[in-house]
Design a protein around this ligand. Structure first.
Ligand code: FAD
Length: 296
């Protein structure tokens, strides 16, 4: 499919690229990644320029554009080696779900902060026994008067240390059928009974992943996002942007890797000429480069 970007989208691309060029991979991103320190300075600057809330509604301080524009932001950052994982989670998944299904109060409370990057909501769906299969989620939310009480475990949840809240995917019991169905809850990270433990990961990446333990976490009635009956639709309203943003990040990282490889092949000389001048590697890089250019 050939996509022709509007002038506005092209301008957005070059503005993001101009910002990303100032956050050098070798000097800034890599050392931070090795220490598992978030790219806070880049996050703040990108947020101030309106890049992180580009998909969120204008009435809450967002850019009023769509997921394409947010994906474009993520791709350009990643193409310069500084993709932001929490863009996938906070404005893409959580921002989309709250914009579409949140109550008026939830929108007012969270969207302006998500749009200007001053607030972060992490997203917690994965469990040890329910990775790809969201129908097996074991975190359960029970009614107690007006309150909800959540118990369960999550794994691999990104950026909980940076987040103000986590959008937790749990299940509630249908009063008539007794069947469990998914439901989404905004859980502030300071809520009693909410315990986060950093996980030891093998990837070199700025943001940390956490195991979560929800030990009878008591939440007010308004912690539930939208209607319990529409929960599956709400969930996919967030998971679809996640896929798109994840793909955009991967495309950007591919461009970054290819550019680095071409640069290396042009500089590295072990005989008389750079290795890229030899016929086999030259043909290989050229065709890979032209494939990448025609896709971006
Ligand atoms: C760096 C990182 C950050 C993460 N951040 C978050 C986060 O912020 N929030 C969150 O909720 N989760 C997060 N995750 C978890 C991630 O979403 C899960 O790893 C993912 O959902 C897959 O679950 P799993 O690892 O249990 O794999 P499994 O479900 O065990 O799947 C293993 C493999 O089998 C394949 N597979 C499974 N079932 C089928 C099937 N029926 N047919 C064909 N193939 C199948 C899968 O595609 C996959 O390739 C993160 C993971 C990582 C590594």
């Amino acid at each position: 499919m050939i996509v022709t970007e509007s002038e506005e989208q092209q301008e957005l691309r070059s503005s993001v690229a101009a910002l990303a060029q100032r956050y050098n991979y070798v000097d800034y991103v890599l050392p931070k990644s090795r220490r598992h320190e978030p790219l806070t300075e880049l996050w703040s600057e990108a947020a101030k320029l309106g890049f992180l809330g580009v998909n969120l509604p204008e009435e809450y301080g967002g850019g009023g554009a769509g997921i394409y524009e947010l994906a474009l932001v993520q791709e350009e950052l990643a193409a310069h080696g500084c993709g932001l994982l929490l863009v996938v989670v906070s404005p893409a998944i959580c921002g989309t779900i709250i914009s579409k299904y949140g109550t008026a109060d939830q929108k007012q409370q969270w969207l302006p902060g998500l749009a200007d990057g001053s607030k972060i909501i992490a997203f917690g769906i994965t469990e040890a026994d329910a990775g790809s299969n969201s129908h097996r989620i074991g975190t359960v939310a029970k009614r107690d008067g007006d309150d909800w009480v959540l118990s369960g475990n999550k794994v691999f949840i990104s950026g909980v240390d940076q987040a103000d809240a986590v959008l937790i995917v749990a299940r509630t019991e249908d009063a008539t059928s007794g069947k469990l169905r998914p439901a989404l809850f905004i859980v502030p990270t300071e809520t009693p009974g909410f315990v986060k433990t950093p996980m030891e990961m093998d990837i070199i990446e700025p943001d940390r992943q956490f195991a979560l333990f929800l030990d009878d976490v008591r939440l007010p009635a308004d912690a539930l996002v939208g209607e319990p009956d529409a929960a599956l639709a709400q969930l996919f309203a967030g998971l679809n942007p996640e896929r798109i943003l994840g793909a955009a990040m991967a495309v950007g990282m591919g461009r970054f890797a290819l550019d680095a490889a071409v640069k290396y092949a042009n500089e590295r000389a072990v005989w008389k000429e750079p290795i890229g001048a030899h016929q086999a590697s030259r043909t290989h890089w050229r065709s890979a480069r032209s494939r990448s250019n025609s896709q971006s």
